[in-house]
Ligand binder design. Structure first.
Ligand SMILES: Cc1ncc(COP(=O)(O)O)c(C=O)c1O
Length: 484
């Protein structure tokens, strides 16, 4: 597939799981074209077709760009006279001259922006950037991380189907699977991700349609054993769906380790400034939806779209094509252009923030581990298993910016400690560059029973700290005075 008519520089990520040979730095202009340029049509403007376009076939191997460069420049390459940074295209709609062309766009015969619910140039720039950082075949942004989780699953399951999920999940995801999806006839079983493979294997049923886990559990902080879970998913013919929110592609690229679908709450480290809510779903393009006849929604004609068969028309990323064309259309849940702009801005410094989050978190974890009022501390780099998983699956020796600890004493001790903090603020959030702390048992996971909380890795004394980028000396001093 050629992009020779564009002025895009051809680059790809050094760390790409499945490098898109010759994929341009950006696949779309942020400005709506009268007829969307070929690159937009190929890569995502409205319905992504699959892998980003291959090189022009003339220039040989494209240059390979590092994640730092992709964080700053991927997703958008302006042409002469266009804005240097992706413009906020604050328009819900796009003009056409010709009724027949609108018909072709609406029936997926031709690609183009039609309505911002299914595609917008500012949002495309963000989608392409995250896609380049994660590797994979195509990406779609959503209104929030929760919308990404819902759509990623709803794109696969029907009433009567079953989900297998690691028990160490963000509380909102647990509730979605355990309560809300149940009302739509989709059941879920939660497993201990550290259980032996043979035990997890016994939980698969004929109607199981996906395996779900978080790269770094929130707030269990356990790192997924990708090899084990990817092998289980493969053996049972289902996709492995991974929430990569707490790791970000800077630390871990799940497609390299066997994941098939990756999702993000972009609200967290990707945005990094607590300014915008959003989510992203990325299709690895590495799952055979047609194999075994278990996923007819991908292989059978879709009467709501001109009887398209997603595996036939979009062979490289049928999952993503269906998610955008069908689910964004029907459920809404699209990302607002303003938020895409802010999240894109946040990602421009992700490569600078992530190492510092990790350093500060480890230093604070070590300080807390030596404090007499602290019962226990959890950070991936403080445990042998965590260190080994970081070494095996992560791109940096960095256990992430979140730690948890248990405070000795009762609920009153926790209340007093939280009140005394001056820098760390009590917030329902992670991934901000300001340090935030939370008591999950009384907040994000309050709706769970004590037993469910334990399965998620939550105890009544657990305090979660999302360690920000302030001076580590000031942070340690803040915790020290609050613990006195
Ligand atoms: C791991 C994880 N996934 C998904 C979500 C949901 O994301 P959002 O708040 O953007 O809807 C969260 C929110 O905290 C999260 O921590």
């Amino acid at each position: 597939m050629s992009t020779t008519k564009t002025s895009h520089r051809n680059v790809r990520s050094r760390q790409s799981a499945k490098p898109a040979a010759g994929a341009p730095l950006a696949n779309a202009s942020a400005l709506p074209a009268k007829h969307p340029p070929k690159a937009i049509r190929q890569a995502g403007g409205t319905v992504p077709q699959g892998n980003p376009p291959a090189g022009d076939g003339k220039s040989g191997s494209p240059p390979v760009f590092a994640p730092e460069t992709l964080c700053i420049q991927a997703g958008y390459s302006p042409k002469v006279g266009e804005p240097r940074i992706p413009a906020i295209v604050q328009s819900t709609t796009y003009k056409y001259d010709d009724i027949d062309q609108v018909n072709r766009v609406m029936t997926l015969q031709e690609f183009g922006y039609k309505y911002t619910r299914t595609g917008n140039p500012t949002v495309t720039a963000l989608e392409e950037k995250v896609l380049r950082l994660e590797g994979g075949a195509a990406a779609v942004a959503t209104a929030s991380g929760q919308a990404a989780t819902l759509l990623s699953v709803a794109n696969i399951v029907r009433a009567g189907d079953h989900i297998l999920a690691a028990s160490t999940l963000y509380g909102g995801t647990f509730t979605l699977f355990n309560a809300t999806l149940k009302k739509f006839g989709v059941s879920a079983t939660f497993f201990d991700p550290e259980a032996p493979a043979r035990e997890i294997a016994r939980l698969f049923r004929p109607e199981t349609k996906l395996l779900f886990g978080e790269t770094i559990g929130n707030p269990g902080l356990n790192i997924l054993d990708f090899h084990k879970l990817a092998a289980l998913a493969r053996a049972n013919g289902v996709p492995l769906v991974v929430d990569n929110t707490l790791a970000t592609p800077l630390l871990c690229q799940p497609f390299k380790h066997g994941a098939n679908i990756v999702i993000h709450s972009a609200t967290k480290f990707l945005d990094g400034h607590a300014a915008a809510i959003g989510g992203v779903i990325i299709d690895g393009g590495n799952f055979d939806w047609a194999g075994g006849g278990r996923f007819p929604d991908f292989t059978e004609p879709d009467p709501t779209y001109n009887n398209v068969r997603y595996t036939g028309k979009f062979p490289k990323a049928p999952y993503l094509a269906k998610a955008r064309a069908q689910l964004l259309r029907d459920f809404g849940g699209c990302l607002a252009p303003q938020n895409a702009f802010l999240i894109n801005l946040g990602i421009e410094t992700l490569h600078l923030r992530i190492p510092r989050h990790g350093e500060n978190a480890l230093a604070l974890a070590r300080f807390l581990a030596g404090h007499p009022r602290v019962a226990w501390v959890n950070h991936p780099l403080l445990s042998k298993t965590g260190r080994s998983r970081v070494a095996t699956y992560f791109n940096q020796r960095n256990g992430g910016g979140v730690l948890t600890f248990g405070l000795k004493g009762d609920a009153g001790s926790i209340r007093r400690f939280v009140k005394r903090l001056r820098i760390a603020a009590l917030v329902v959030h992670v991934g901000d560059l300001r340090t935030g702390i939370l008591h999950p048992a009384s907040s994000t996971h309050a709706q769970l029973t004590a037993e469910e909380q334990r399965a998620c890795g939550i105890t009544p004394d657990l305090i979660r700290v999302s360690v920000g980028l302030e001076s580590i000396h000031d942070l340690v001093a803040d915790f020290q005075q609050a613990l006195e």
